[in-house]
Design a binder for this molecule. Structure first.
Ligand code: NAP
Length: 291
């Protein structure tokens, strides 16, 4: 029997509609600040999508675009400018940055964003809070994954969850969030030995590798849930995920598609986080948020 294709579009729509209803409660709408470095076409598409979602929900935005060859100091200045703007409630640095910015510099740049405005939740303080399970807004892609599992009542407690990929934006924060929900989590990466043996035992596989159709049927236990985070191009230049969708859906019980999957939820979760910022800035109590 073919897997249920998880309806991320409907859930993303509900999250956006909730955010829109939340924003209507404020006397002043929240504002998202975006710093974009360079003109990477994929990043530009994502930024346009974020602005469109803001407009749908009544959230304002400020975009600072600086050239591809900007120095770390120039990026720092843009982040300081947008972070110090008292009208801006949430700030993001659009990733990836150009190759001349190494990962240590990137960490310092992300940490310029004040914790209270860090709506991507990638700053060091928010990462620490996330590990401890104290956070009330969460990094966008992992939050989308947790929400779609909840939406289908897939309880992760005690389950064997295998994440393929250990990035700072997906694999690592997701592992923390799943651990906090009592899953048994294995995080795999390019040095993992016997990957297939590990994934074949998983109740839930989450693929964040960045390689087209990397997860094949022989890696998936019958009846497993398969979440596809990857965004790739196949041999015909069509958008596809990390999972060999057409074949894996014949062995999985639940599966997400690409396009139409986790990407939509990632977008919606950002807007949800920005809408929550409005509560903080208007001095309302977290308990009043009814999220
Ligand atoms: P990333 O930084 O590109 O890292 C990829 C991860 O995959 C690394 O941990 C790497 O291992 C691992 N990997 C690579 N080859 C492997 C192999 N042969 N076996 C096992 N693991 C392997 O990851 P990312 O930023 O999380 O992105 C992953 C994918 O998700 C990309 O396609 C990206 O575009 C997509 N993405 C989508 C969304 C969304 O909203 N849908 C959000 C974020 C990212 P090492 O650490 O050892 O190098």
């Amino acid at each position: 029997m073919s897997a249920i294709v998880m309806d991320c579009k409907t859930l993303a729509g509900k999250i956006l509609d909730n955010a829109k209803a939340t924003v209507k409660k404020y006397s002043t709408p929240p504002t998202l600040g975006i710093v974009q470095v360079g003109n990477n076409p994929a990043s530009s598409t994502y930024v346009r999508g974020k602005i469109k979602d803001c407009e749908y929900c009544g959230i304002q935005h400020v975009l600072i675009s600086i050239p591809e060859d900007s120095t770390a100091d120039e990026i720092k200045n843009a982040l300081f400018t947008i972070s110090n703007d008292s009208n801006v409630n949430g700030v993001i640095l659009q990733l990836p940055l150009p190759d001349h910015i190494d990962k240590y510099t990137l960490r310092n740049l992300i940490d310029i964003i004040p914790q209270a405005k860090d709506v991507d939740c990638l700053g060091s303080i928010n990462k620490g809070l996330l590990d401890d399970g104290y956070q009330f807004n969460n990094p966008c892609t992992p939050a989308g994954i947790i929400d779609i599992l909840d939406y289908y009542n897939i309880d992760v407690s005690g389950k064997n969850v295998v994440i393929i990929g250990r990035s700072n934006v997906v694999g690592r924060p997701l592992a923390s969030m799943l651990l906090n929900k009592d899953a048994t989590v294995t995080v795999c990466h390019s040095k993992t030995i016997n990957l297939k043996e590990i994934t074949s035992r998983a109740d839930i596989i989450i693929a964040a590798v960045g390689k087209a159709k990397f997860v094949t049927t022989d890696m998936v236990k019958h009846g497993a849930t398969v979440i596809d985070v990857g965004i790739n191009r196949d041999e015909n230049n069509h958008l596809c995920g990390d999972v060999d969708f057409d074949n894996v859906k014949e062995v999985a019980s639940y599966i997400t598609s690409v396009p139409g999957g986790i990407g939509l939820l990632t977008r919606a979760e950002l807007i949800k986080n920005v809408s929550i910022q409005g509560y903080i800035f208007s001095g309302m109590e977290v308990e009043d948020m009814n999220l």
